[in-house]
Design a protein around this ligand. Structure first.
Ligand SMILES: C[S@@+](CC[C@H](N)C(=O)[O-])C[C@H]1O[C@@H](n2cnc3c(N)ncnc32)[C@H](O)[C@@H]1O
Length: 144
């Protein structure tokens, strides 16, 4: 698995986004190499029925929806309390609109502080065990 992870990151470094990512709809704070890395890393786990993609720090949905779009069989959760970078209070609506535009039924947006959201997901047994976690301040991305 480690060699596949390294290969996925090298591939993203050379090629950026996975082909088919809608760059008209999906814009945000992360660069193509980071988004491409998340897409490729998530795809390594996407055929495992017990796995989901979990992201803390959705902003306007770039990373969450890019992964959901490139891994249609993977259930994706994005947590954000929309307390930062959102002076007009419009980011939650932007994410929902983008999700609808792209027809992504595998993306779930949880509008809560991440501590409360993680507790809820744990209670509902969405999070069973943590297999892989990539931490980027101020984002935490976990593939469970
Ligand atoms: C850097 S942005 C995310 C960028 C996004 N992933 C992208 O690629 O465009 C960080 C986000 O984390 C959210 N955030 C910060 N603290 C949080 C917390 N305690 N709980 C939930 N979300 C939080 C902010 O509201 C903000 O939208």
């Amino acid at each position: 698995m480690l060699s596949q992870i390294i290969e996925a990151i090298k591939n993203a470094e050379s090629n950026g986004l996975i082909a088919g990512t809608d760059t008209d709809v999906l814009t945000g704070l992360s660069g193509d190499k980071l988004v491409g890395s998340l897409q490729r890393l998530a795809s390594l786990f996407s055929e495992d029925k017990n796995t989901c993609y979990l992201e803390v720090g959705v902003f306007q949905g770039l990373t969450l929806l890019s992964v959901a779009n490139s891994c249609p069989n993977l259930t994706c959760y994005g947590i954000d309390n929309f307390a930062q970078f959102d002076p007009k209070g419009e980011n939650f609506g932007i994410v929902k609109n983008r999700q609808e535009k792209l027809g992504l039924e595998n993306a779930n947006i949880i509008n809560k502080d991440y501590e409360d959201a993680l507790e809820t997901l744990k209670t509902k047994s969405v999070i069973k065990k943590l297999e892989f976690i990539l931490l980027m301040v101020p984002m935490i991305i976990a593939v469970n």
